[in-house]
Design a protein around this ligand. Structure first.
Ligand code: Q46
Ligand code: ZN
Length: 292
């Protein structure tokens, strides 16, 4: 029996799997995330969330391929790639691969040192850039990421602590396509972390359990712990926090993000949208290669 306290419900194996798929189907439909004609590129890390997402989208009949980005983070990267490849092979699904060291000449530890950025900042900007450019290159209409309820509530908490309106404006389950941008969707926002883990175990999906070794000190982990403590005493708080934001506040701050998008232009080096001059990813590549 799998208990979900915020729903005040318990599920057997079959009902739990159905519940997860229903939650994703409901999120996809109510937010017009995907059509059956769309080709969707699922950002896959080899972890539980992204593999559960890929599996659920395939089981719902969507045309979903995977995208794995090799970040060059030692054994963690080689092991996570193996999980992504094994899953793709088990479902006869297509996995697109990009390798930062092989294709761009640097890994995340080197790039972050060269650019004097925190590893997760260099990593995040590289992944966002490559998700978009690979989707454009491959002719995909949508990029799907495995951000779950816990991730999104922690990010929202951080954005609220700093009242970062630009980030808050972009924190939506769907970001529409725009000049140079492929549509981005987060179909797992109704599922908590422990639910995607249980889904993988029940469906026999092997995923990398170890955390990325560079995640130590990532402030979102601290926010997650904090929210978990609140959730423990008041089940449903995280969901009320996130969905209250989506319903009541996101429409008000969405305009800030829309204005920011309008001021973007194409990077002279790679043509991806950027605020000014050469984009952050091209600068990172330049700094990392001048340091090797
Ligand atoms: S992979 Fe990259 Fe995460 Fe590792 S370096 Fe940070 S952001 S923790 S999802
Ligand atoms: Zn660029």
């Amino acid at each position: 029996m799998i208990e979900i306290r915020r729903h005040n419900a318990g599920f057997c194996h079959q009902c739990f799997v159905k519940h997860c798929r229903d939650q994703v189907a409901r999120t996809v439909e109510s937010n017009s995330m995907l059509t059956s004609q769309d080709r969707v590129l699922v950002a896959v890390s080899g972890g539980k969330d992204s593999l559960a997402l890929w599996d659920i989208l395939l089981s719902l009949g969507y045309r979903a391929d995977g995208l794995y980005i090799g970040l060059g983070i030692g054994d963690y990267s080689s092991e996570s790639a193996a999980y992504a490849r094994r899953f793709a092979a088990s479902r006869s699904a297509r996995l697109v691969e990009v390798d930062l060291p092989g294709d761009f000449g640097f890994d995340i530890p080197t790039g972050s040192r060269a650019a004097k950025r925190a590893p997760c900042s260099a990593c995040g900007l590289s992944k966002r850039h490559l998700f978009n450019s690979e989707a454009l290159k491959g002719g995909y209409q949508v990029i799907a990421t495995g951000h779950n309820l816990d991730d999104e509530a922690a990010v929202l908490f951080g954005n609220v602590l700093r009242w970062d309106l630009a980030y808050l404006g972009r924190q939506q389950p769907v970001l529409a396509e725009g000049a140079g941008f492929v549509k981005k969707v987060k179909p797992l926002v109704r599922l908590a972390e422990r639910e995607t883990a249980a889904y993988c175990v029940l469906e026999g999906i092997d995923y990398i359990v170890e955390e990325c070794p560079m995640s130590a000190g990532n402030r979102h982990l601290g926010y997650k712990e904090l929210l978990n403590r609140v959730e423990e005493t008041s089940p449903g708080t995280k969901s009320a926090f996130l969905f209250g934001f989506f319903d009541k506040v996101a429409p008000l701050v969405g305009q800030v993000a829309a204005e920011e998008r309008e001021s973007l232009h194409a990077c002279p080096s790679c043509a991806n949208p950027t605020v000014s001059g050469i984009c952050a990813f091209c600068k990172l590549v330049e700094r990392a290669s001048s340091n090797t």
